[in-house]
Design a protein around this ligand. Structure first.
Ligand code: HAM
Length: 415
């Protein structure tokens, strides 16, 4: 046992998984830009009120999971358990909505939730996501969902898309009393957690994984039957647009999502093979969030993908086959050491990733180090080759080698 370990539920992301992790983030950010989103960075901590107001008092994240602390100035601060509320707070604070709508923003952010840790569920994890603010229509919903699907596809993950509409507050004020009455009627059959939720957040009973709860909920009244005309039209619009974009989805009437700010569209992507924590991303519309945070009315929709979970799922598909390094520069003779440093520099300047031995190893040990580094090629500098102005380029997988000029290595490697 070492003197220190990472805090419970907060994990280190180490190579080679960190490489998969990085690929997911890059694929996401590339696509976000391609869809017209621009980066936003918000602080790791916020005024606690930002989350109390957006996630509501009844939500589990607020009641049980926030990392809240008082700083030396007696301010109550909270490590962000969600990136959506901070982004909306920033949009309001800086009046970004005045510069033209929609405001399209993306982020890569650490998120903190004090949950019970298990495979795929961490207390610090990373999300990539987008928020689009200003448009109330179904077209932006469809674009946002399409974008999430495109990111998952780009990293090679097959994920199922579940879609629902949970209506606007007016629909819910029709529906919730009916649901609560139903739940109260079956109270004795529900788990303790679900009983507790009846008065605080009855929709969340749909999220329970307890068998007893599921049995009860199979007969529960559904929000879909209580949507007003305009929420129903909006939902039809989203479904039509997704269908014409060729995006497969299943309407899951019990999908309610765990955060309280949602209105209308709600969606979630799940991936097989991840066990119980199988949601790789989710999102939805939050038309009342800006007002809850003291801003003008500003409809919005967005999603977040869980990078840690996606990396796990992608790893399960098979080993990451990408070489970690293009070229490892090897010296056959000490006299070539300077030339080798120079060669590595030239390769890097030419856009090739290159590394070199810093541990004074012999030739054989250097080739082993090249293997360990995941190099696709090695370049061997020897006295005889140097005299001819050449190096030996070796394919690390096949062992095939040829003598070429150093200046041509970059072009060969990039082929
Ligand atoms: P969320 O569903 O709470 O949504 O989280 C999105 C994704 O983050 C999940 O699908 C999952 O992949 C990942 N995730 C959540 N909790 C954990 C955890 N404890 N450990 C590892 N990964 C986790 C949101 O956070 C919303 N802000 C999304 C959104 C954006 N809605 C509108 N705009």
């Amino acid at each position: 046992v070492t003197l220190f370990q990472a805090p419970k539920g907060a994990s280190d992301v180490l190579p080679p998984r960190s490489g998969v992790f990085e690929r997911v983030v890059r694929a996401g950010e590339d696509l976000f830009r391609r869809y017209g989103y621009r980066r936003v960075e918000t602080p790791v901590f916020e005024d606690t009120g930002v989350f109390e107001r957006s996630l509501q008092e009844g939500s589990e994240i607020v009641t049980k999971q926030m990392y809240t602390f008082t700083d030396r100035g007696s301010r109550s601060l909270t490590l962000k358990p969600d990136a959506t509320a901070p982004v909306v707070r920033a949009v309001i604070e800086h009046g970004l909505d005045r510069a033209g709508l929609p405001v399209k923003l993306y982020y890569t952010s650490p998120i903190f939730r004090q949950e019970r840790p298990q495979a795929g569920r961490r207390r610090q994890f990373t999300q990539i996501g987008v928020e689009a603010l200003g448009s109330p229509g179904p077209e932006i919903d469809a674009e946002v969902i399409e974008l999430a699907a495109a990111v998952l596809k780009a990293v090679g993950l097959e994920a199922a898309l579940a879609l629902n509409s949970i209506g606007h507050p007016g629909c819910r004020s029709e529906y919730l009393p009916v649901l609560v009455e139903f739940l109260n009627g079956r109270r004795e059959e529900l788990s303790k957690d679900s009983q507790f939720r009846i008065d605080r957040n009855p929709l969340r009973v749909f999220d329970s994984k307890e068998d007893a709860d599921r049995k009860v909920m199979a007969g529960a009244p559904l929000i879909g039957d209580y949507l007003c005309g305009s929420c129903a039209d909006h939902f039809d619009g989203v479904k039509e647009l997704l269908t014409s974009a060729g995006i497969e989805f299943v309407v899951q009437q019990t999908l309610v999502r765990g955060l309280d700010y949602y209105t209308r569209t709600a969606f979630e992507f799940t991936s097989k093979g991840l066990g119980s924590q199988d949601a790789v991303g989710g999102g939805g519309r939050y038309d009342g969030l800006s007002e809850a945070l003291g801003g003008d009315p500003l409809p919005g929709i967005g999603f977040a993908l869980g990078v840690d979970r996606i990396a796990l799922a992608v790893e399960n598909l098979g080993p990451a086959d990408e070489a970690a390094l293009d070229v490892y520069v090897v010296t056959a003779a000490d006299s070539q050491r300077r030339a080798a440093l120079e060669a590595a520099r030239r390769l890097r300047e030419a856009g090739v990733s290159a590394d070199i031995d810093f541990m004074s190893r012999g030739l054989k040990a250097q080739l082993k180090a090249a293997d360990r580094a995941g190099a696709r090629w090695s370049v061997v500098l020897g006295e005889r080759e140097a005299a001819e102005g050449k190096v030996t380029l070796r394919d690390m997988a096949s062992g095939e080698q040829s003598e070429i000029e150093l200046g041509q290595v970059a072009a060969r490697v990039k082929q």
